[in-house]
Design a protein around this ligand. Structure first.
Ligand SMILES: Cc1cc2nc3c(=O)[nH]c(=O)nc-3n(C[C@H](O)[C@H](O)[C@H](O)COP(=O)(O)OP(=O)(O)OC[C@H]3O[C@@H](n4cnc5c(N)ncnc54)[C@H](O)[C@@H]3O)c2cc1C
Length: 412
C-alpha cells in the first residue's frame, strides 16, 4: 500500500509554515512541497520596502536548503500544479501525477493587470511594452529595483499599499511619481471612508502627484519613454509603469476539481475545503469565528497563522479546531509606519491624535465592540488593539486607551 503522505502546493510563506507545523506535531510520514517559482521560499513584504531602498539588499529567504533538508521534505521548485483529482487523490504537476493522503493548498495570489487577466502578456493595449510591471515576485522586484536605482519617472496605476511603498523608494531618490487612481480616493475599501483621505494626504505631503477619478486608457512606447494615456485625455510620460490594482487568488488550476471556489478556496472554520484537503494563506476563504463571517486575508501574519493551522489539521484532522484570526497588516510610507488590525466595516470611526502631525490612530466600532484600529507613527500601540479585538473588548476600553478623540470622525 502506498504512503503518499502530505502534499503542500505553493512554496511560499503559508506552504512553508504548513510543512513546519506538520513536522512539529511529530508527523514523520512523507511530505512533498511543490512551488511554481524556482526560488527557495522567500518573504514578500520586504520586496516593496528594503529590497527597493537598500544599497545591497539581501534576498529575504524564509528557509534555505539546509533548513528544508532538516524538515525532511521533498521540495519540487519550478513545477506548477495544473490539476487536482480528489477521487484519485492526486495533483498533476510538471506532467506527472503526485499522490497525496492529505493536501494543503497554499497557492496565494497573482496580481491583477489592467486587462483584468493574470498575465501581463495578455494586457490589452500593453503587449510588448517595456517598463510595464507588476510587483509580486522576487523576479518582479529585481526588475522594479533596476528602475528605482535608475531614477525612473514613474506612473503607478492604482493607489494601493504596494504602490505607495514603491513611491516611497522613488521619492527617497528624488524621482517623480504620479499615482493614477480610478476611485475618488485610494484605499477606501481597505481603509474605510474616514481614514482613506487621511492616508491620501501623505502622498501630497511627499510630493507625489495623485490623480483620482481617472483610469489608464492605453500604454504605448514613445520616443521619450512610455506614453500613458488617461481617461481624461491627459498623457503622462514614464520610464516605469507599475500596475498595482490588487491581486486575485491563484485557483485556476483547481478548475473542474469539485472544490468550492469563489474569490478563494472555500473552507470551513478549520480551513477544510474537502475531506483531507485544507487551504491557507492568501488563497483561502474561511469562516473566521471571531467576526462571524467568511474572509480571505492578504497579509503576512494571517498567511503564517493559517499555514501552520492547515499543516497541523492536514496530518491530524481529528485534532482540527476553528481558526480565529485578527487581520493585521503594516505598510511603510514616506517614513511613517501604518498598521491596521481588525476590520474597517464599522458603525463609527474615531480619529485620535493629529493626522497632519504624523502620529494618529483611527478606531472602528461595531455595536459596542472595537472591531478595528489603524495607527500611523504609533508602532507600540497596535498589538494592544489587536489583543482587545481578539478578546472582543468593549468600545469604551479602546476609547479609554486611545484618549479623547480629536474631533475628526464619522461613520465608515
Ligand atoms: C510586494 C509585496 C509587499 C507586501 N507587503 C506586506 C506587508 O507589508 N505586510 C503584510 O502583512 N503583508 C504584505 N504582503 C502580503 C504578504 O506577502 C502575503 O499575504 C503572503 O505572501 C501570502 O503568502 P501565501 O503563502 O499565502 O501566498 P504567496 O506568497 O502568494 O505564495 C504562493 C506561492 O504559490 C505558488 N504557486 C501559485 N500557483 C501555483 C501552482 N499552480 N503550483 C505550484 N505553486 C504555485 C506561487 O508561485 C507562490 O510562490 C505583501 C505582498 C507583496 C507582493
Amino acid at each position: 500500500m502506498r504512503e503518499a503522505g502530505l502534499l503542500v502546493v505553493g512554496a511560499s510563506l503559508a506552504g512553508l509554515r504548513a510543512v513546519e507545523a506538520a513536522r512539529a506535531t511529530g508527523y514523520s510520514g512523507p511530505i512533498t512541497l511543490i512551488g511554481a517559482e524556482r526560488h527557495l521560499p522567500y518573504d514578500r513584504p520586504p520586496l516593496s520596502k528594503a529590497f527597493l531602498r537598500d544599497e545591497e539588499p539581501a534576498v529575504p529567504t524564509l528557509a534555505d536548503a539546509h533548513a528544508l533538508a532538516a524538515l525532511n521534505v521533498d521540495v519540487r521548485l519550478g513545477e506548477a500544479a495544473d490539476g487536482l483529482c480528489l477521487e484519485e487523490r492526486e495533483v498533476m504537476a510538471g506532467g506527472r501525477c503526485v499522490p497525496f493522503d492529505s493536501l494543503v493548498i497554499a497557492t496565494g495570489c497573482a496580481p491583477v493587470t489592467l486587462a483584468g487577466t493574470e498575465s501581463m502578456a495578455d494586457t490589452a493595449g500593453m503587449n510588448g511594452v517595456n517598463g510595464v510591471h507588476t510587483l509580486r515576485t522576487l523576479d518582479d522586484a529585481r526588475a522594479v529595483r533596476r528602475h528605482v536605482l535608475a531614477g525612473a519617472r514613474t506612473v503607478l496605476v492604482g493607489g494601493g499599499f504596494i504602490g505607495a511603498e514603491v513611491a516611497t523608494a522613488l521619492r527617497a531618490r528624488g524621482s517623480s511619481v504620479t499615482i493614477v487612481e480610478a476611485a475618488d480616493v485610494p484605499l477606501v475599501r481597505a481603509a474605510g471612508r474616514v481614514v482613506a483621505p487621511l492616508l491620501a494626504a501623505l502622498h501630497a505631503r511627499a510630493g507625489v502627484d495623485l490623480r483620482c477619478g481617472v483610469s489608464v486608457r492605453r500604454v504605448s512606447d514613445g520616443p521619450d519613454g512610455r506614453r500613458v494615456v488617461l481617461s481624461d485625455g491627459s498623457v503622462l510620460t514614464a520610464d516605469l509603469v507599475l500596475v498595482g490594482v490588487g491581486a486575485r487568488p491563484t485557483t485556476g488550476w483547481l478548475a473542474g476539481s469539485g472544490l468550492g471556489v469563489d474569490d478563494g478556496v472555500l473552507c470551513d472554520e478549520t480551513l477544510r475545503a474537502a475531506p483531507g484537503v485544507y487551504a491557507a494563506g492568501d488563497v483561502a476563504r474561511w469562516h473566521n469565528p471571531l467576526f462571524g463571517t467568511a474572509m480571505r486575508l492578504e497579509n503576512r501574519t494571517a498567511a503564517a497563522e493559517l499555514g501552520a493551522a492547515a499543516g497541523r489539521h492536514a496530518v491530524d484532522p481529528s485534532a482540527a479546531t476553528a481558526v480565529s484570526a485578527v487581520p493585521y497588516f503594516w505598510s511603510d510610507w514616506y517614513g511613517s509606519r501604518i498598521q491596521m488590525v481588525g476590520v474597517v466595516e464599522a458603525d463609527e470611526v474615531h480619529v485620535v491624535g493629529d493626522p497632519d502631525g504624523g502620529s494618529w490612530a483611527a478606531l472602528h466600532r461595531r455595536g459596542d465592540r472595537v472591531v478595528g484600529a489603524l495607527t500611523v507613527g504609533r508602532p507600540r500601540q497596535i498589538m494592544k488593539y489587536r489583543a482587545m479585538i481578539a478578546r472582543r473588548a468593549p468600545w469604551t476600553v479602546a476609547r479609554e486607551f486611545a484618549g479623547a478623540p480629536s474631533g475628526v470622525g464619522g461613520s465608515a
